[in-house]
Design a protein around this ligand. Sequence first.
Ligand code: AHM
Ligand code: MG
Length: 331
Amino acid sequence: MTHPGNITPDLGRSLAQFLKEEQEQFPDIPEELLPILHAIAAAGKAIDKVVRTLGLVDITGDQGTYNASDEAQQKLDLLAHHWLLDALAHTGAVCAVVSEEAPTIIELPNSNGKYIVALDPLDGSPNIDVNAHIGTIFSLYQRQTTQSMAVQQEDVLQKGNAQLAAGYILYGTSTMFVYTARHGVHGFTYHPAADDFFLAYKAMQLPKSGRCYAINDGYFEAFPGYVQHYIHRCRRNGYSARYTGALIADFHRHLIQGGIYLYPPTKKHAEGKLRLVVECNALALMAEEAGGAASNGQQSILSLQPQAIHQRVPLYIGATNMVQDLLAAVV
Ligand code: AHM
Ligand code: MG
């Protein structure tokens, strides 16, 4: 009997090979995207290695500091933040980064860099210590102001529609790198022995409908009426409730199987909890590129003009029909 583990996999195209082909096919994809994605993937591999040795290396627990959103920072939040910054600084193409873990714009020593990266270095931080899913989220923008001056707020506060590329790394059962350069969404699986990401899903399509919803049910009483109404409807329809505590993991499930993720306004977070610039925009672009939708309840996430780096917004994202059903209940 052949054991599946004995089959030598045909690893196919690596992330770098695939991206080169995509750039040849679509000249609007900037040349610098390759080194930038390569840098993010390299940091992702380093993060993956420490995640896989959880409990053996000293990376669990709080750092004892707080981020700009007044959330306790975990050691791995900061490690991921610094590794990503370091990798991006070496590309020479990125002039500034905004990160969930830093209060203000971080200028990198690349005055000629034309690009801005927005990062949530480690999404789902409370999952770190319990060996559950976590991830990295990124967005890429072109700098708007001239390179001779300091990076300005308008460079980092661009609408999601202006993203040149976006993606995430999911540190899960396997580690996946999923990105869009605005020509479809493609997923790559990390192969530890080959130490690289290989194409696993090309041109991913988010199913138009689904039977799965992800929301923190513990806050139900605090949700707006239209959300409560929609959840009742999901329950009546017998949909499955799945909530991992990591936006990326829930989004990834829905990208493959269909479903909706909801983080509405609550008593604690009157504007919602998730951050527009470093979390929502990237996933909204990926959702739309894959045929899905993302809204704050009023308008598409990608059309929102950010007012601040750490601005929070409600997020309803996933299968188009499900997002539309939810919006139909908004009064
Ligand atoms: P984080 O980036 O600090 O981890 O916060 C974002 C996370 C999401 O990944 C997740 O869906 C949500 O916060 C969970 O929040 P809650 O515990 O309030 O349900
Ligand atoms: Mg996050």
